[in-house]
Design a protein around this ligand. Structure first.
Ligand code: BDR
Ligand code: CA
Length: 353
């Protein structure tokens, strides 16, 4: 029998993360979204080493009651250079001051690159890929399965900076800078995947120019706790550093303890007692691309510049004569995003109390 059912509208999502404070928030958003089903998680080395990313993912799944989701371990290091990590930004274990439970789940017996390919083959034409860490494992997956772009319904990448400064070098964004060769390979392979045909879809690429609009504040975090029916104490820049959350709800407590570290990091960078929710915004766009306005481009990554290595360079007007390979996010209404984040994650957290 035909007819569209509620189940038809549920989007299978594969998430590639380097968890990471904002990666954890992104996963919580996906778990809280009735229109999404996370069918696999790739753990990628980035914010912290890959074993810590795996532990964080398994712990978060345990906390969220989603331990059945397969988690796969990725490469220990980028394609061509040593790994660089960001404990200064995300805390010694990658999730700020939070303490996650030990995850009861186990890692898959296939690696993260294979996990990408398996998920894409299992849901041909349906799977939405979300990559919010370095692109190491996605690049390796494209080597295993060059048809991956055609198998996916959509790919959303958080990475790069377009007409905007970097956050790791003056011109480079963190995810691209950790593994520039991988990012360059992904853009190059994607551009060529359709040959002379018009591409069925271009990767959505959300750089810092877009994601830094998603500014989390203590008052927004308090609204999240309220939506979870959780008691808490609003955070303030005047609090002692490392003050632990008083939230009654276990997920809100973890998110607040994680965000506290992220607020302190941004404050020390001179940005105020706020934090940019790069990865949660990308997760929201993965489920609803209409949240953002785009401009198409051919994107490449500078690999040899002595000052500009890791820079994402967009060709907006076809100077290079190469395939388009990106829809670059250029505008977003952060209010709509935060309303949706709170409306989803708050009630989801309430179910875990
Ligand atoms: C990106 O870098 C990481 O530290 C964050 O998790 C995000 O994915 C922002 O540049
Ligand atoms: Ca990330």
């Amino acid at each position: 029998m035909g007819g569209v059912t509620a189940a038809d509208a549920v989007i299978p999502v594969f998430a590639d993360v380097d968890t990471g404070v904002d990666d954890a928030m992104a996963l919580a958003y996906l778990f809280a979204s009735a229109d999404a089903r996370v069918v696999g998680i790739a753990s990628t080395a980035g914010n912290v080493p890959v074993d810590q990313v795996c532990a964080n993912n398994l712990g978060l799944l345990e906390l969220c009651g989603t331990s059945e989701i397969p988690v796969s371990k990725g490469s220990q290091r980028p394609l061509a250079i040593p790994l660089r990590t960001a404990e200064d930004t995300h805390g010694p274990e990658g999730i700020g001051y939070a303490q996650l439970p030990v995850g009861g789940g186990t890692l898959t017996d296939y690696d993260a690159a294979q996990a990408w390919v398996r998920a894409a083959r299992e849901y041909p034409g349906e799977l939405v890929g979300l990559a919010v860490g370095p692109l190491t494992n996605l690049a390796l997956a494209l080597r295993l399965e060059p048809a991956l772009p055609r198998l996916l319904r959509r790919l959303v990448i958080m990475g790069g900076a377009f007409g905007y400064r970097g956050n790791t070098t003056p011109v480079a964004e963190w995810n691209v800078n950790v593994d520039p060769e991988a990012a360059a390979e992904v853009f190059s392979v994607w551009g060529a995947a359709w040959g002379l045909e018009p591409p069925a879809h271009l990767p959505i690429v959300l750089g810092l120019n877009l994601t830094e609009n998603a500014v989390m504040t203590p008052s927004t975090l308090s609204r999240l706790a309220a939506a979870a029916n959780s008691s808490t104490t609003p955070m303030s820049v005047l609090d002692d550093r490392g003050t632990r959350s008083a939230a009654a709800n276990p997920l809100i407590r973890v998110l607040e303890d994680a965000m506290r570290f992220y607020f302190e990091f941004h404050f020390d960078q001179g940005e105020g007692y706020i934090a940019h929710l790069h990865d949660p915004l990308a997760a929201a766009v993965a489920l609803d691309p209409d949240l953002v306005r785009y401009r198409q481009a051919t994107v490449d990554v500078e690999l040899t510049g002595t000052l500009t290595r890791g820079m994402t360079v967009p060709d907006w007007t076809g100077h290079w004569g190469r395939h388009l390979n990106a829809r670059v996010g250029i505008d977003v209404d952060p209010g709509v995003f935060f309303e949706r984040f709170i409306a989803r994650v708050g009630p989801f957290a309430a179910t875990l109390a």
